[in-house]
Design a protein around this ligand. Sequence first.
Ligand SMILES: Nc1ncnc2c1ncn2[C@@H]1O[C@H](COP(=O)(O)OP(=O)(O)OP(=O)(O)O)[C@@H](O)[C@H]1O
Ligand SMILES: [Mg+2]
Length: 303
Amino acid sequence: MSRPYAGRHGLGGRGEKRRRRERWLAQAPRDFVLKGTATAKPIIEVENLTKKFGPFTAVDGISFTVEKGRIFGFLGPNGAGKTTSIKMLTTLLDPTSGRVLLDGNDPAADQAGVRRTFGIVFQDPSLDDELTARENMEFHGVLYKVPAGLRRKRTEELLKVVELWDRRDSLVKQFSGGMKRRLEIARGLLHHPLILFLDEPTVGLDPQTRNHIWNYIKDLNRREGITVFFTTHYMEEAERVADRVIILDHGRIVAQGTPLALKRKARARSLEDAFIRLTGHSMRDEDASSVDSMRRIKRMWRR
Ligand SMILES: Nc1ncnc2c1ncn2[C@@H]1O[C@H](COP(=O)(O)OP(=O)(O)OP(=O)(O)O)[C@@H](O)[C@H]1O
Ligand SMILES: [Mg+2]
């Protein structure tokens, strides 16, 4: 796949990127470096990432790496710090402390370059309802400076993949929740990113649509080698699709590894059981809160 304008090696090119990575590795704590350079090349590197909102610590010194081409699940109950972490990984929120590298690039040094390396599907819907599907794609392509010819070609390609080509000229406000989510995913891929960040991509969707969206994402990962980093609190979904997972609770990593390894470690039959054993509480305790239900209902109405 060609990414002629992606500029993902930063302004200084490959040499500068390597030097920056070496500098960063030289400064990183030893155990982190040893863990983080396991086999394949990491495309996401996070060290001691922390976010405080006033006196409250939402993300509390998390460190991890994600290898290129993985489907990586970032799991945790409501308020665990998943969205806050994704926002820091995608330059939308400045960390209080700690570091992030995406494909070797530091967002603090080259925000625009780093932004071109990823696509993002937000937790809350972010499409313009008053525009058509095609116009939403077009607008995004202009923002990312995708040349006009390529923009049209990819828009057609992607809308066909998510089965919305026939509805390309319909206003988004006439779409169902599943159609909007599919359009958001297509839009996130328009500039051919290396990494796709998905914050609760399937929340509020019916099982058939969830399945459809995941099949599409898995296929994309297989065909294009795109690294997928997603959050969810649907444990069974994560168990089905993720190569590796992190379980986050109260802003801290409580476990990480393959779903199978975590189940073995916790002597649990499912990832959900493993979560309960590892954290001492159920994911659903917090799911059931009235505030959460209201947020979810509001979100679904906005779709
Ligand atoms: N801008 C903010 N100001 C103050 N507190 C915040 C802010 N954003 C998030 N928080 C708090 O940080 C914590 C983590 O929030 P975050 O949205 O990252 O959780 P999450 O894991 O994504 O949860 P959910 O599953 O509900 O989406 C929560 O307690 C939240 O109230
Ligand atoms: Mg969230």
